[in-house]
Design a protein around this ligand. Structure first.
Ligand code: GDP
Length: 302
């Protein structure tokens, strides 16, 4: 079930609520059952779904008890239930922490981490385009010396997007490249420097050691985990492993334009208490959407 299907199903469940002539426990239970089934099918972690059910129920009960005392009508009950559902869906994708926001006029170093194939290089270029369009002098550094052709790919992307880049065909130490690249752009007073790092096929200790070494060398203002939405439930474990070793402060979820269910990435937010900042919605340079919890849930519910 892709993300759009999840939205349609949640929307359908809430519609049933609107059509009900009386909002009683049976109607609320049916709504919650459908909501939870939809979230589980979309790969949201079972514990999170169960917590959502308990929280919505508790919120609804509290509000209805209060409304009862004040002589509330059916329409208000519906609003109460809808609001509780909306708020708890927002809470699923909102860890309550503000991500770092690059500011013009100072050097902001961003570092991207993630598994090979997650979309790091593509996302780094998209991010660079995003900041450059906002008038920030932005540069890309290719510190991926593991994957053959990584520098060529970044170079190609950067050239197409007219973004200055730094990398090396001969230097094999990613820490040296990252340091030199960041230093060069810092001297040239760049506002945003984005460091693309190596991935591996899976989380391995060498990869984490390398990320820690690069991070110590360039002291990023924000480390971003690039997470492929199409890996489903594995997203949670993968993000936990990265969080434990290469602590990151933001997540970008890629490939949401495909067949990804999205729920795994949503669970990763809760598991790591880290905000999503952008969504990758395609292979092109402009396929990057800013992420904000409330508008995201509103759009999802249609
Ligand atoms: P890296 O190994 O993590 O640097 O991954 P790449 O940036 O090379 O991306 C791997 C593949 O995923 C490439 O074919 C990209 O075009 C593709 N890709 C990256 N982001 C997205 C996205 O948001 N949507 C889609 N459909 N494809 C993407």
């Amino acid at each position: 079930m892709v993300l759009a299907d999840l939205g349609a199903r949640l929307h359908g469940a809430l519609n049933q609520l609107s059509r009900a002539s009386v909002v009683d426990d049976r109607v609320i239970d049916a709504l919650l059952k459908e909501l939870c089934a939809a979230l589980l099918e979309a790969d949201v972690n079972v514990k999170l779904v169960s917590q959502l059910r308990t929280k919505v129920k508790a919120k609804v009960k509290k509000s209805l008890d209060e409304a009862e005392k004040a002589g509330g009508r059916e329409a208000n009950k519906k609003n109460v239930v809808q609001k509780a559902v909306f708020d708890e869906l927002v809470a699923l994708v909102d860890p309550g922490t503000e991500p770092y926001k690059p500011v013009k006029g100072k050097t902001n170093v961003l570092m991207a981490v993630g598994i090979q194939g997650a979309g790091k290089t593509t996302t780094c270029t998209k991010l660079a385009v995003h900041y450059a369009r906002r008038g920030m002098k932005t540069g890309l550094v290719c510190a991926d010396t593991f994957r053959a052709g990584a520098f060529d790919q970044l170079k190609q992307n950067a050239t197409k997007a007219k973004i200055p880049f730094y990398g090396s065909y001969t230097e094999t130490d990613p820490v040296a490249i990252a340091s030199l690249g960041v230093e060069k752009f810092r001297k040239e007073r760049f506002d945003v420097i984005i460091v693309d790092t190596s991935g591996r096929h899976k989380q391995e200790s060498e990869l984490f050691e390398e990320m820690v070494a690069i991070s110590s060398a360039v002291s990023p203002d924000m480390t971003i985990m690039v997470l492929d939405a199409s890996i489903g439930q594995a997203a949670e474990g993968q993000s936990r492993a990265f969080k434990d070793s290469a602590d990151f402060g933001a997540i970008i979820v890629t490939k949401l334009d495909g067949h990804a269910k999205g729920g795994g990435a949503i669970s990763a937010v809760a598991a790591t208490k880290t905000p999503i900042i952008f969504l990758g919605t395609g292979e092109h340079l402009h396929d990057l959407e800013k992420f904000n919890p409330q508008p995201f849930v509103s759009k999802l519910l249609g």
